[in-house]
Write a protein that binds this ligand. Structure first.
Ligand code: SAH
Ligand code: SF4
Length: 375
């Protein structure tokens, strides 16, 4: 099979081109044609020498992901389902706002973490995406929309790794893809506008701080280990205290001076006043070490298999008030694209489950029903 040039970050492409006897600046030109201009046909890369283009024809291609389908929401949100082979499909969501346009990108076909409130988690795990498959989502959407909107300037200003999958469980493919997003010869996104969201893979948070520090969002969802264990199974491996320590270590190299904590509001499970108080005690311990942070409350987007319900608006507001009163910057996430199932946690794609996640999640729910209440 031909080499997919979307798999390379710039140093990787330079190395590959040098292996063909081509100079470094030729690789940069090729990189710019692909990412800056969205060109995939080598014949259109007019300033590359014919000999180089012939070699590219023989050995390489810019291989995009086939689109299974696209849905446009009434609010401007657009969702694509991409085929990644073997019966797997992943989703990507474009979210336009007044002052920015965000692309929500998937990192895995499925997810092995198996959070109780997440439809991707319920689907199980098939495989990691390659760097090319991660980047192809941005490449395709950016250049497709430039053509559709007849705009010759950048459309996507922010990327959030909040689609399907746990990005820090696909670290080796993630980092080159992030590097390309940040590169000025490609998408030139600022580190502050690229966010990795994680359920808390502690060692990889440390590695990311060294290899490619971008904005970090941590899916917290609970103030105690007992409750978090039941919602985010990875907590049993990396409990809250270790996770907060990793957040503190991340901040010195981070492009922002705070961590975003995501908290999915689940009716009667983690949304009561005592949970809010416990969260304040955790994040603002009297006399203890604070984690500079912002809280993002996400109204749960229900799906039938979860057996969970969205917290009523009044409960979310009351919860937010407790946090705000304690000095924690708190926002409630607007739900976008819910008429096309593009909201957080509704991305289901189509996954050929190669793990036992579906059975594990069902078993965990049975244990929790017996163990409740959580406080
Ligand atoms: N695996 C990573 C990133 C993908 S999930 C992570 O867990 O952080 C992106 C965000 O969507 C996470 O904060 C996750 O907790 C949230 N989410 C998942 N399912 C949801 C649902 N059904 N409703 C609302 N938010 C959900
Ligand atoms: Fe995986 Fe994130 Fe969904 Fe949890 S919330 S199952 S980590 S994608």
């Amino acid at each position: 099979m031909k080499v997919n040039l979307l798999d390379f970050d710039l140093p990787g492409l330079i190395g590959w081109c040098e292996g063909l006897g081509e100079k470094k600046f030729r690789a940069t030109q090729l990189f710019r044609w692909m990412h800056h201009r969205g060109v995939s046909e080598f014949d259109q890369m007019t300033d590359l020498a014919r000999g180089f283009r012939d070699k590219l024809h023989q050995l390489a291609e810019v291989r995009a992901l086939p689109v299974v389908h696209r849905q446009d929401s009434a609010d401007g949100t657009i969702k694509w389902l991409f085929d990644v082979g073997d019966g797997n499909a992943v989703e990507t969501v474009f979210i336009p706002e007044d002052d920015r346009a965000t692309l929500c990108v998937s990192s895995q076909a499925g997810c092995a973490v198996g959070c109780r409130f997440c439809s991707t988690g319920h689907q199980g795990f098939s495989r990691n995406l390659s760097s090319a498959e991660i980047l192809a989502q941005l490449w395709f959407v950016e250049h497709t929309l430039r053509r559709e909107f007849t705009r010759n300037e950048r459309i996507i200003s922010n990327v959030v790794m909040m689609g399907m999958g746990e990005p820090l469980q696909n670290y080796n493919a993630l980092v080159p893809a992030l590097t390309v997003m940040l590169n000025d010869h490609a998408y030139g996104l600022s580190r502050r506008r690229v966010t990795v969201s994680t359920s808390g893979v502690v060692p990889m948070i440390d590695r990311l701080s060294q290899d490619c520090p971008v904005a970090l969002a941590v899916s917290l969802h609970a103030p105690t280990d007992v409750l978090r264990d039941s919602l985010v199974p990875l907590n049993r491996k990396y409990p809250i205290a270790e996770l907060l320590d990793a957040c503190r270590r991340y901040l010195p190299t981070a492009p922002r001076d705070f961590i975003t904590f995501e908290y999915c509001m689940l009716d009667g499970v983690n949304d009561q006043p005592e949970h809010a108080q416990a969260l304040v005690a955790l994040l603002r311990p009297p006399g203890g070490a604070h984690v500079p942070c912002k809280l993002n409350l996400i109204p749960f987007n229900p799906f039938p298999a979860s057996g969970l319900k969205r917290s009523p608006d009044a409960t979310v507001q009351a919860f937010a008030r407790v946090l705000l009163k304690a000095g924690l910057v708190t926002t409630v996430r607007k739900t976008r694209g819910d008429d096309i199932d593009a909201a957080c946690g509704q991305l289901a794609g189509d996954i050929l489950d190669r793990t036992d996640v579906q059975r594990r999640v069902a078993r965990q729910r049975t244990i929790e029903l017996v163990r409740a209440p959580h406080f």
